[in-house]
Ligand binder design. Structure first.
Ligand code: DON
Length: 311
């Protein structure tokens, strides 16, 4: 398996360099486009690593998985889905159009508008601290912290997210008695949590094990919460590339514009990949290549025949 992981990194590096690092959040433009990292976490607690697995990057939209689970934990199913839908959009992650032409209720929790609403559903005194703690538990890493520079950069430049939040408040989707900037601040912080590929692999393993850390036996989230999160990872995890990704890779996954992708192979493994160059949809180019390789070579597609599975 180590050889296959190494080969996935080599495979991803073999393609001509295309795409660009995210620059609409200025701090993200500093990412080194030559970095490629991949990690696999197994149920026995082993984590295999290859490439630049010690390079930190911010979770960005991968944080939407954690914030959704935390909102479900603190507000419950009905309160969350009263305010955010369950349908993929086929639009860009930061698209505004459906909020006015469809309904002001965002289509799903994985687009930016949906994640801002989800942040408002986290019922506790310190939502960001709770989200950070939950991320640490998922990743089995107490050292995970906020990247202050990315947070400040995003807070300063997040005009599009601000536009959506104010619009949703005007339509009664966000509560009118709370300053929208409060929810935006939670959202920007959550996106700016710094992780590595092995952190994401361990989180993927907990998701693959339906919310229980297979090493410690600790339950990090209830099975029903994890099932909902993984379902959205399949239908909306790579935004308007989710359909093609489901056909080619077939692993519940969530991407972020920091260049990371979180993947959970049911019962078998968690995978974390990283490469900061993004395609036009905002997904890591090298990350998708590594996952394509691993899925094909190890038979990880969710509809693989059991006998085709290689070890
Ligand atoms: O709000 C934003 O635009 C970013 N903080 C997160 C977007 C993102 O990661 C989209 N992912 N592919």
């Amino acid at each position: 398996m180590q050889k296959l992981l190494d080969d996935s990194v080599t495979y991803a590096k073999s393609f001509p360099k295309t795409g660009a690092v995210a620059s609409y959040i200025p701090e993200l433009a500093k990412a080194d486009p030559t970095r490629y990292g991949a990690a696999i976490a197994l149920p026995n607690g082993r984590t295999l690593i290859s490439g630049d697995t010690d390079v930190p990057f911010t979770m960005q939209s991968i944080s939407k998985v954690v914030s959704l689970i935390l909102a479900l934990q603190t507000s419950g199913y009905d309160a969350v889905f009263k305010r955010v839908g369950m349908e993929p959009t086929g639009d860009a992650f930061n698209s505004i159009i459906r909020l006015e032409t469809n309904t002001a209720k965002p289509s799903n929790p994985m687009i930016n508008a949906g994640a801002i609403v989800v942040a408002s559903c986290i019922q506790c005194e310190h939502p960001f601290e709770a989200m950070l703690q939950l991320t640490r538990k998922f990743c089995g890493n107490d050292q995970i912290e906020l990247n202050e520079a990315v947070y400040l950069s995003e807070k300063k430049e997040g005009k599009r997210n601000r536009a959506m939040a104010y619009f949703m408040q005007s339509e009664g989707i966000l509560p009118s008695d709370v300053d929208v900037e409060y929810y935006l601040d939670q959202y920007f912080r959550m996106c700016s949590v710094s992780v590595t590929a092995p952190d994401l692999a361990r989180m993927g393993m907990v998701l693959a094990n339906n919310g229980v850390n297979p090493v410690t036996g600790e339950r990090v989230a209830e099975g029903w919460q994890v099932r909902i999160a993984k379902t959205f990872m399949v239908t909306c995890g790579l935004y308007d590339s989710s359909g093609a990704f489901a056909v080619k890779v077939g692993i519940p996954s969530k991407s972020g514009v920091g260049g990371g992708i979180l993947s959970a192979v049911e019962k078998r493994m968690g995978i974390g990949v990283f490469h900061p160059m993004l395609d036009a949809k905002g997904n890591s180019i090298g990350g998708v290549r590594m996952l394509e390789f691993l899925s094909q070579r190890m038979g990880l597609h969710m509809f693989s025949e059991p006998e085709t599975v290689a070890g």
